[in-house]
Design a protein around this ligand. Structure first.
Ligand code: GLN
Length: 489
């Protein structure tokens, strides 16, 4: 049995039937990581030794009835901007290179209660700023489908780890596409929940009004289960919402008859790769075959959402990253005489170029004299984007778009041209601007065998609708059975 190729729901079945033990599962992952991590470099901090010890303890607790959760002993990978007590949380940055959080993020506390096992902290673009994981201060994560290409970003480590079977599932964070776009590049499933569904407490902030933690998984069923585990109000995050507790797996009906899907023509225009368009077209035909009502619509958000996103996200980032000053957290420059030197030199040496660019431009957009022209305008445009979506959701249940305009690109292809890199987010950012849920699922591969992702966007808190739509398509097309990453060199 190839243990690491199993989904979490399959692992649960094997544990239930006693075909596998918790320790066997964790050891299988430790072996897989030992075999493949050199190629993929998905982890900033690998915890395989600790994980095996923990597996033995959890196994004991399950035996004596102390732990009854059916997630006890299931391993997971955690993006390195989610705080884990006693384990480094670096955000892919030199400035937090040695930072050990004194507390667990709320989502991690939830995992601890269930007995999940943290296999490691995954690589990411520095402070989640990027679309390729190349801005990490530590290493370049490779896309398991072709090691010369990027895994996407910023949750590239999590997506690559899931695709390469280094973890059965993982957490990412998504501010403008950072779960969905790497999921698309790596041929896995990624969900960005509705803003406020999942607590952000313990997620290191990039842009607080856009950030959400979410699942990256092998299939839609696992995605629904992981959402079950992390969703819910938290008094430590005042933007988290009080909602009835749902079991998202119950929404997976394998039926889309009568489902109204809108396909916005603006997301299929110039700049979207022809092979991506063709695969999406096939997916649309498949939905029709399955009984959904699919119509072309106009959704006038694509044009300004990128500009809106980059102003709001950077303005918020410039404020959020003010706390990294060489005094309270992490890295401190050795070169200083005055207090100001500590601030300036620690930040100059600790942050990478992409983060600096964003702090500078975000500060500029917020400065008096430019505030009205940029930040205020962007907030107004944000309302327009939200209204456009509201109009669409008055008529349609789901909006279907590509996740990314292209498949995974090569290392260095866009890293010298920030504007090119920002365009990689054109299909995803509007979802964060409007606070909506969006899921990316694989819908085939291009002529070079690289995965293509489809994005399904839902109305606020309509995760059940998009999960069911994704599940129904997945059951009808069986991507995982037909395609596997080949670790091409
Ligand atoms: N790529 C986008 C950015 O660089 C989105 C990042 C994210 O979602 N964290 O800001």
């Amino acid at each position: 049995m190839d243990i690491t190729n199993l989904t979490v729901h399959e692992l649960q079945e094997k544990l239930e039937s006693k075909e596998l033990t918790i320790t066997e599962i964790t050891k299988a992952y430790a072996d897989r990581i030992a075999e493949k991590e050199n190629d993929v470099q998905a982890f900033i901090t690998s915890l395989t030794e600790e994980a095996i010890k923990q597996a033995e303890e959890i196994e004991e607790k399950v035996k004596n009835g102390e732990l009854t959760s059916n997630f006890a002993g299931i391993p997971i990978g955690i993006k390195d901007n989610i705080c884990t007590k006693g384990v480094k949380t670096t955000c892919g940055s030199k400035i937090l290179g040695n930072f050990v959080s004194p507390y667990d993020a709320t989502v991690i506390e939830k995992f601890n209660k269930e007995g999940l096992i943290n296999l490691g902290k995954t690589n990411m673009d520095e402070f989640a700023m990027g679309s390729s994981t190349e801005t990490s201060a530590f290493q370049k994560t490779k896309n398991p489908w072709n090691l010369n290409t990027v895994p996407g970003g910023s949750s590239g480590g999590s997506a690559a780890a899931v695709a390469a079977n280094l973890v059965p599932w993982a957490l990412g964070s998504d501010t403008g596409g950072s779960i969905r776009q790497p999921a698309s590049f790596c041929g896995v499933v990624g969900l960005k929940p509705t803003y406020g569904l999942v607590s952000r407490s313990g997620l290191v902030a990039y842009a607080s009004s856009l950030d959400q933690i979410g699942p990256i998984t092998k299939d839609v069923y696992d995605c629904a289960m992981l959402l079950n585990l992390i969703a819910g109000h938290d008094e430590k995050d005042t933007t988290s919402m009080e909602r009835p507790k749902l079991d998202y797996t119950k929404a997976l009906k394998n039926d889309v008859k009568g489902l109204k899907i809108g396909v916005p023509k603006e997301f299929f225009g110039e700049g979207i790769n022809e092979e991506v368009k063709a695969k999406l077209q096939e997916a649309i035909e498949k939905y029709k075959e399955l009984g959904a009502e699919v119509e072309e619509i106009s959704l006038d958000v694509a044009e300004y959402s990128l500009a809106t996103y980059y102003i709001i996200a950077w303005a918020e980032a410039s404020s959020n990253l003010g706390r990294f000053d060489g005094i309270r957290y992490g890295y401190r420059s050795e070169k200083f005489e005055t207090l100001k030197d500590i601030y300036v030199n620690s930040r100059s040496e600790g942050f990478g170029p992409e983060v600096k660019r964003r702090i500078l431009l975000g500060t500029y957009a917020l400065s008096s004299g430019y505030y009205d022209a940029y930040y205020k305008k962007a907030q107004q445009a944000r309302t327009l984007v939200t209204n456009e979506f509201d109009k669409a959701f008055a008529k349609y249940d789901v909006i279907l778009t590509p996740t990314s305009p292209t498949v995974a690109f090569e290392f260095g292809e866009k890293s010298d041209n920030p504007l090119e890199m920002y365009l990689a987010d054109i299909c995803t950012v509007s979802v964060n601007i409007a606070g909506l849920p969006g899921i990316s699922i694989p819908c085939g591969v291009d002529s070079k065998g690289m995965p293509i992702g489809m994005q399904l966007i839902g109305n606020k808190f309509a995760e059940e609708t998009i999960l069911n739509a994704a599940y129904t398509y997945e059951q009808a097309t069986k991507f995982r059975e037909n395609y596997k990453p080949e670790f091409k060199k």
